[in-house]
Design a protein around this ligand. Structure first.
Ligand SMILES: Cc1cc2nc3c(=O)[nH]c(=O)nc-3n(C[C@H](O)[C@H](O)[C@H](O)COP(=O)(O)OP(=O)(O)OC[C@H]3O[C@@H](n4cnc5c(N)ncnc54)[C@H](O)[C@@H]3O)c2cc1C
Length: 359
């Protein structure tokens, strides 16, 4: 007979998940538990194991498409938010950040201290515990650039372990957490390491354009200036969560930029009757290139403001599928399938969904 949970552990039943996601979509969790400490996490996992329940870890809900049927197991809402510890040694500064800390609040505090390394990741929704999962990235930076290690509960050994950056296997929108070791680790803390003497490097056109005058006068913008600029640029693209704005009812970019053999370019050029040199792309190593998914969508007719019932495309960002009001997960899936089929038929490219699919 499973033991009852201790009074410290508040297990709720049939909790609707939609309000916990930025899409505002998702049916009920059979069981739901807010976890504020590592001890509570262990207890909650034992609760699930004794009852044979599957576990789903919910962070800020900003990278999820949860089905209308919900989740028939235990949803653990990771809310561990102990104060950030800062350790300085010479020119190195290290931040030990609890998984439940708001990502943007952490970025702001780093930038306010004049430290460079995460300023381009300003305004990304979600919690710190979610940052290593898909190795979040934007405007030329990614979390893996500054993550030193990740502390996590290993569900195989039921021990807390520290994974070095190398052990996390980071690459573009990937880590072991969303590939080879999916569902094995629950992240409770992330340690970031910065060179406190470094100065910001701007690589992205949107940002160099924003600071063109400053750069022309030989000045380097400070991390906090870049933090504010990134948020402003993101807002213009509907990529900042702002209360009441329909374009924010999304999970960010819905499709990953596809990495394909360089030879694919010729096929696209033929299909569109274009000079291959005019097709935007970036080198991705080993004879591969990365193509902007947004460009492919637009060329296939899926432009900003496109609507299919209650689901649609943001009026400010081609890659963000949005909930136009009362969309269900099925509505979003219908739009996703329509786009994927059309892009595949036209360019022979399979677009991969970025948000994690639940149910
Ligand atoms: C408007 C908008 C803009 C966005 N812009 C960007 C962007 O520029 N770049 C980018 O990379 N992403 C972007 N995203 C996606 C999203 O914000 C990030 O992926 C974010 O890191 C997700 O964190 P979260 O806490 O919300 O995780 P959730 O959405 O709650 O979960 C996502 C996945 O991570 C797992 N997970 C979460 N926390 C933990 C944990 N502690 N331990 C183990 N597993 C965990 C979940 O189980 C799930 O599989 C955007 C999203 C939105 C809505």
């Amino acid at each position: 007979v499973p033991s009852p949970p201790s009074s410290a552990l508040q297990i709720q039943e049939q909790v609707t998940l939609a309000p916990f996601t930025t899409f505002r979509i998702g049916g009920p969790a059979r069981f739901f538990c807010e976890v504020g400490t590592e001890e509570a996490l262990l207890e909650a996992v034992r609760f699930a194991r004794e009852r044979g329940l599957r576990i789903f870890v919910l962070g800020g809900g900003s990278n999820l498409l949860i089905s209308d049927a919900g989740f028939d197991g235990l949803v653990l809402h990771l809310a561990i938010d102990a104060p950030t510890q800062t350790v300085s040694a010479g020119a190195t500064v290290e931040y030990q950040v609890a998984a439940g800390t708001d990502w943007d609040a952490f970025v702001l505090s780093v930038c306010e201290q004049g430290i460079t390394g995460v300023e381009c990741l300003a305004g990304i929704p979600g919690l710190v515990g979610g940052s290593p999962i898909q190795n979040i990235g934007a405007y030329g930076q990614e979390a893996a650039d500054t993550i030193d290690s990740v502390r996590a509960l290993d569900l195989e050994s039921m021990e807390f372990v520290t994974l070095s950056r190398d052990a996390c296997g980071f690459s573009y929108r990937h880590s072991i957490f969303n590939t080879t070791h999916r569902d094995r680790y629950i992240v409770t803390q992330v340690v970031f390491r910065f060179d406190s003497a470094a100065t910001p490097k701007l690589t992205y056109a949107d940002l160099t354009k924003h600071f063109a005058v400053q750069i022309a006068f030989g000045e380097t913008p400070t991390p906090i200036q870049i933090y504010r600029a990134v948020r402003e640029i993101r807002h213009g693209k509907g990529m900042l969560l702002v209360d009441g704005e329909q374009d924010c009812r999304s999970a960010g970019s819905f499709f990953k930029n596809p990495i394909v053999p360089a030879t694919t370019l010729a096929g696209i050029a033929t299909a569109l009757n274009l000079d291959p040199a005019t097709i935007p792309h970036w080198p991705a190593g080993e004879g591969q290139i990365k193509l902007p998914a947004a460009w492919l969508l637009e060329r296939a007719g899926f432009v900003k403001g496109f609507a299919l019932g209650e689901a649609g495309i943001s009026s400010r960002h081609t890659l963000a599928l949005i909930n136009r009001g009362q969309a269900t997960a099925n509505d979003i899936a219908r739009l996703r399938n329509t786009i994927q089929q059309e892009v595949s038929a036209r360019f022979n490219i399979t677009l991969e969904q970025e948000p994690v699919q639940i149910g």
